[in-house]
Design a protein around this ligand. Structure first.
Ligand code: PLP
Length: 390
């Protein structure tokens, strides 16, 4: 018999077991867990659109017209006018030639990387890249070359070492567990200089960064000639579900033929595409949501610094507070939960050993008073304060 129970027991003893919690939303930032109401600071619904009435209406209207499931993959009978409208709208908004929809960001990353490189090629990845990017590299069979986080000198040195085959540089736009933004202009320059392609996964920048919410590439002023492959997820700031890759005609045409995780899976529900179309309109227009986030981030960082919380250099709604030890991070998260505040503890292997943390995230629907509640609660947890934890 396989001794799975022993492995589980070891994970539990090391404080690495993950726990599920069924949460019933109360409003955009609160949810009920059993009888307790919790104020959430760990969702990726950055703009507060997941519960927006206009998205709900678009969703139900399309479901009334088209039913719930799409019934088949895109190439069979699952592709609908509303999918096409969403692809066109996203391309236009992002100023990329074309867009290809995927059912999730995880699938997009697997499918895109696997379709572009294979044996004999090289994939260069930042050490802190999202798990789905690493898995995409593994699936492709290309050789994985990792470089230290945001270390452009090391990346360049590694690019110099290998010249055979195709080279693909892959990076998070905003690093999901640290909240910092990748050195995008430098990545684009290195890619150009070494004849490599660049793929940016902007799961946490899309909707949040840039003048009109187009993401980290818009903020950095990079177009599709400089960064041919932009992947965005729709389950975070857009408040719905799914993902896309945007880029030049030839690249997207290739991916439409070759991305197996797009071809061999059921097309997303048309109602979801309709809700996302509505989300994209709102995203571009309602700048107050991004402004509110910036104001909450500034408020949090100022007072958290005064309190001696160990922040990371992040200017995005992802504001981790580093604890170090995995079990201590879990205890800190539990202590906050007892005070009615939910912030999830992130432990290895999601983050490097010894850097367990509470990953605080903000939503445009949080108020300044909500952030004060969070800070007051954090101030009462000794493990979170620099003086005490060393
Ligand atoms: C969340 C996330 C994904 C996965 O997107 P899903 O649509 O949730 O599957 C991919 N990359 C990064 C950086 C993410 O944070």
């Amino acid at each position: 018999m396989w001794n799975l129970a022993q492995g589980l027991a070891e994970r539990r003893a090391a404080g690495l077991e993950r726990h599920l919690r069924a949460l019933q939303p109360v409003d955009g930032v609160r949810a009920r867990h059993g009888r307790q109401e919790l104020l959430l600071f760990c969702s990726n619904d950055y703009l507060g659109l997941a519960g927006d009435d206009r998205l709900r209406q678009a969703f139900t209207a399309e479901a009334a017209r088209s039913g719930v499931g799409s019934g088949a993959s895109h190439f069979v009978t699952g592709h609908r006018p509303v999918h096409e409208a969403l692809e066109d709208r996203l391309a236009e908004w992002l100023q990329r030639d074309r867009v290809l929809l995927f059912s999730s960001g995880y699938l997009a990353n697997l499918g895109v990387i696997d379709a572009l490189v294979g044996r004999g090629d090289h994939v260069y990845q930042d050490r802190l890249n999202h798990a789905s990017l690493l898995d995409g590299g593994r699936l492709s069979g290309a050789r994985l070359v990792r470089y230290a986080h945001a270390d452009m000198r090391q990346l360049e040195e590694r690019l110099r070492r290998e010249v055979a085959g195709r080279r693909l540089i892959v990076s998070d736009g905003v690093f999901s567990m640290d909240g910092d933004i990748a050195p995008l202009p430098e990545l684009a320059a290195l890619a150009a200089r070494h004849d490599a392609a660049l793929l940016v996964d902007d799961a946490h920048g899309f909707g949040v960064l840039g003048d009109t919410g187009c993401g980290s590439l818009q903020q950095a002023g990079l177009n599709q000639d400089q960064v041919p492959l932009l992947i965005g997820t729709l389950g975070k700031a857009a408040g719905t579900f799914g993902a896309f890759v945007a880029g030049p005609h030839a690249w997207i045409a290739h991916l439409r033929q070759q991305a197996r995780t797009q071809i061999y899976t059921t097309a997303p529900p048309p109602a979801l595409a309709a809700a996302t179309l509505t989300a994209i309109e709102i995203l571009g227009r309602e700048h107050w949501r991004r402004q509110q986030l910036q104001s909450l981030i500034a408020q949090f960082r100022t007072r958290a610094t005064q309190l001696g919380l160990r922040l990371l250099p992040s200017e995005t709604p992802i504001q981790p507070v580093v604890v170090g030890d995995a079990a201590a991070a879990v205890d800190a998260s539990r202590a906050l939960e007892q005070r009615g505040i939910l912030v999830s503890a992130i432990r290895p292997p999601t983050v490097p050993e010894g850097s367990a943390r509470l990953r605080v995230t903000f939503s445009a629907l949080h108020t300044a008073a909500d952030v004060e509640l969070l800070l007051d609660a954090m101030a009462g947890v000794p493990a979170l304060r620099r003086e005490v934890s060393g």
